[in-house]
Design a protein around this ligand. Sequence first.
Ligand code: ADP
Ligand code: MG
Length: 584
Amino acid sequence: MASPRAIRVLPPDLQNQIAAGEVVERPSSVVKELIENSLDAGASFLKVRIDEGGIRLISVIDDGHGIPPQELALAVTRHATSKINSLADLSRIQSLGFRGEALPSIASVSHFRLTSKIESILEAASIEVRFGSVGEQAPAVLAKGTRVEVRDLFSNVPARLKFLKTPSTETRRCQDIFERIGLAHLDVDMEFCVGERSRLRFFKDQNLRQRLELIWPPDITNSLLAVNYDRQGSSVSGLIGLPSMAQPRPDRIYFYVNGRPVSDRILLRSLREAFKGQLLSREYPQAVLFLTVAPEEVDVNVHPAKNEVRFRDESQVFSLVLGAVKNALGQAAPEHEPIFGRPEDYSRIMVMDPIKSLNLPIHEPSARYGSATPHSKPVESSASPVPFIPKTPTHAAEESSLRLGDLTYLGQFHETYLVLTRGRDELWLVDQHAAHERILFAKRRRLNEAGSRPLAVPLELPLHASQVSTLESRWQELLDLGFSLSLSPQRLIISAVPGVLTPGQAKEFLSEVASNRADSLDDLWAMLSCRAAVKAGDVLAPDEALSLLAQWLDCPERDYCPHGRPIVLRWSASDLERLFKRAR
Ligand code: ADP
Ligand code: MG
């Protein structure tokens, strides 16, 4: 057996490099730590610069209180911090940093320089660290505050370097973290530069909405609801998007706990719970929510990167956020109206109309299913205590009007399912919402085939800076659909639209595309179809139900909705016999 190797304390630069593995995952983690330090130093202005995705240079300059020259070397020493003294301090952290790890970690994987000046001393001082080895301190020139420069990040850790994405992706991530922190520090003037060029400036004393207007498209920022909620010494404030503005990715959900950006499953769950019934399983709302709780209620020392927290009482936090968001949504929707039935939900509907506005009979009777003549005789409505709309007693003429080929429509069950029989042998339940989604989705297919319609008067769509690049990335797809488009600064000129869309619908479609609310045009279409579709819970008159069914029967892939859920359940008489245990 091999003899044991001696236990040794690792040299400091190796200790730091190991710590760097957790704290400094990529350039954006450096940006986060440096901005946090500036804010902890009471900065009223800070400026971040990123060159080549942060590999070549990340610098952060602030006008905070600075570091005394005799402490510069300590600032780059592990577990040296000015922010806590005792375990008791740790349980009531107010600052963003406290672990004393960030600077030494960053300095162990880069060519690092820290320059700082405190008010009471005339000259600034600077210290350089090359991949963990600390150089001599030297006098420097700096009017006020602190400047940190990080060069050649990870050039001594090729494995990390390889794992980075393209410079533009890494720059984007740096900007994301800058934005996230900036939304929580409205009193600080903050600038983000890429190379020499200023990319984003948050001015001092802008409010949250004004800062969001700089980074989110206007259709979203125009429809944000304020959240303001206090309960038992805790509070939630911020802004949330309307359910009708939901998007397929959770990338506009920002939570903060006591000013610190966090990602947290409980908070996300309570947000979704508050929107329950108003979102599809794959839709996410927008939210920027600030939780303020007593410091002892939350442990921020869970992970070195400090972007996770642990709550002492999770269920209390869950119900706090749930209450706050529900309250905000409730204020948007008057009590007497179901939230989904608010007019603005429908005014956003584009491209295709809810079934109620379909001009009946729309459907050219299909040879396969015979005639779908509208049936106009009023039928008992949902006022009936039994949620089943019975077919009125019959004579032959009416009987045939409820027929589609060999299918006979019996009525609507639970304002959700259409009940049918096929011949004498089959019973069908059709999910009305899913069926309508399928119809609308099938129209999307036809969009490509319907050609292009030139507009006599071109339409103009004003664009926010954030929307131009999104549109450009979809340009060819849009042309393929039949749009004729050109860009003039700040606006999109639409000179032809796909044949199946009205100009108004086309304009709305493009504005949704520009706001990047879906991964692909197909996803966007599926999302919009779903929103426009007849809902579960909508009462359908028999003629409406028949028209819906007739169109649905003509769709390809009609057994499943675009999300993959079944549209129809079928039982044969023998299935029922089995279910009733009559068959042997
Ligand atoms: P922490 O922030 O957890 O204390 P860091 O390694 O990030 O640890 O920083 C170490 C120390 O350096 C801080 O406690 C602080 O005293 C000092 N420091 C770092 N950056 C700045 C800054 N921009 N302005 C003033 N002091 C700073
Ligand atoms: Mg720090």
